[in-house]
Design a protein around this ligand. Structure first.
Ligand SMILES: [Zn+2]
Length: 162
């Protein structure tokens, strides 16, 4: 734990989450997470950087796992548990003793220190109580910050349950 604290600023974080089933391969969410993690002084990597968009699931997983095992920690995007690939990656990362947290939990320790900087890119969802990238909130013309008050995940769950 002590060592982790000292090295926190150099940590390479691999972002995982749902990719298939999205027209845009969920790139905006990955990109937002990478930017937020970079603001918190992490070195973040996302699969879209090195996995061709036409790769099969197996090809993508092979490439992804190569990067995953070299990372210092894993950041999970909302919805990761709906993704077979991400669930497998989390299981492997945890088995290998790699710190595996939601994106917001990686950011949390930095928020006090960088409150002003991060406030511009992240927001607390009052429903799931996560601090997550602003881009994971759908746009809303009627709100002050231009985003819905609940995150995309919660809005989705909200609609589903009605
Ligand atoms: Zn939420």
């Amino acid at each position: 734990m002590e060592r982790r604290k000292e090295r926190l600023t150099e940590m390479r974080i691999y972002v995982i989450g749902p990719v298939s089933g999205f027209d845009d391969l969920n790139l905006p969410a990955f990109d937002a997470a990478r930017k937020a993690l970079a603001l918190a002084d992490f070195q973040a990597m996302i699969p879209h950087d090195f996995i061709p968009s036409d790769a099969t699931w197996q090809q993508a997983m092979r490439r992804s796992l190569e990067t995953l095992v070299k990372a210092d920690g894993i950041a999970c995007l909302p919805g990761w548990s709906d993704s077979n690939g991400a669930r497998l990656e989390v299981e492997i990362a945890q088995s290998l003793g790699m710190p595996t947290l939601e994106v917001g939990d990686w950011l949390e320790p930095h928020i006090a220190r960088n409150r002003e900087r991060l406030a511009k890119t992240t927001k607390l969802c009052p429903r799931c109580q996560r601090v997550i990238p602003l881009l994971l909130f759908d746009k809303s013309a009627s709100s002050g910050d231009g985003r819905q008050s609940y995150c995309r995940d919660c809005m989705r769950g909200h609609k589903k349950s009605r």
